[in-house]
Design a protein around this ligand. Structure first.
Ligand SMILES: [Cu+2]
Length: 298
């Protein structure tokens, strides 16, 4: 006899199990979908990826969602198989086990299927890597240099004009002014001011006698190693005005936690005005903005 007759107690147990398992699955899917579509800005205790402000980050979101579906399907498949084995083939339900040791078709399938899945993941993954690498025709170029322990920004001039270069230090906790929207461990005295809808090439390096750093700006999908003597590059096209924050992402030493980067994305006109002001000595965005608003109000 292959199977023991199924008792009503077993049926009841199975139904209960299906119900509980189904409920957990549905609750999980609802949670995931809500999180994918809800506002994904930087929020206290937020758990999802930061909201996107660049085409690179859009694609990272898409790739992340694709992977989420793939791993969820794998988890469900393996879990269902395990449950079938536990219920139908335990010692009680199946006292005389089959002596089968090989199954050609099955072995081909479980070898080929993971290969197919990995290839299906590798193609969009490599495409994304190339997309992140460079922009064809950059409108402007910024050099970001990691130092112990702050960032130094250079606006490279494509004409004869002088490059603009300045440092950005963390605002110490005791000086943080929350009424100005400043945030502990994230706000800096000077900001990297960038125009929106502009292809910006970003060169990333570290000071000649410095240590390894990593320039990370989650909303732009950027995380690039800053290595002394090496010029890495990536790019961004910021889609929304606003303030964006990133932190050094390479354990670089004592001040590692105290070298954030603050980016202010503004309209092209405002950026041009800021660049003028910065070349004349007013680098800090807030200081420039007060005068700019006053001039525009008149
Ligand atoms: Cu660092």
């Amino acid at each position: 006899m292959l199977y023991k007759p199924v008792t009503s107690a077993t049926i009841k147990m199975n139904r209960l199990f299906n119900l509980v398992f189904g409920a957990i699955l549905v609750a999980g899917l609802v949670l995931i979908s809500q999180h994918s579509f809800a506002n994904m800005g930087m929020e206290p205790w937020g758990i999802d990826l930061q909201h996107s402000a660049s085409p690179i980050k859009d694609r990272i979101h898409d790739f992340h969602t694709l992977l989420l579906w793939v791993i969820s399907a794998i988890v469900v498949l393996v879990m269902v198989l395990m449950l079938v084995i536990m219920v139908r083939f335990n010692a009680k339900a199946n006292p005389t086990p089959s002596k089968t040791t090989h199954n050609f078709l099955l072995e081909v399938i479980w070898t080929a299927l993971p290969v197919v899945i990995l290839i299906a993941i590798a193609i969009p993954s490599i495409q994304l890597l190339y997309y992140e690498d460079r922009t064809i025709d950059a409108d402007m170029t910024i050099k970001v240099e990691g130092r112990q322990w702050y960032w130094n920004y250079t606006y490279l001039s494509d004409e004869e004009g002088e490059d603009l270069q300045f440092d950005a230090y963390l605002i110490p906790e005791k000086d943080i002014d929350t009424s100005k929207g400043q945030m502990r461990l994230l706000s800096t005295d000077n900001q990297l001011v960038l125009p929106i809808d502009t292809d910006i090439e970003i060169l990333v390096t570290a000071g000649a006698e410095d240590v390894l750093h990593s320039y990370a700006m989650p909303a732009f999908g950027i995380k690039m190693d800053a290595v002394p003597g090496r010029m890495n590059h990536t790019w961004v096209r910021i889609s929304k005005e606003g303030r964006y924050y990133g932190q050094c992402s390479e354990l670089c030493g004592q001040g590692h936690a105290y070298m954030p980067s603050e980016v202010v994305a503004v309209s092209k006109e405002e950026y041009a005005a800021w660049l003028d002001a910065a070349k004349n000595g007013t680098v800090a965005y807030d200081e420039f903005k007060a005068g700019y608003d006053l001039a525009n109000a008149q």
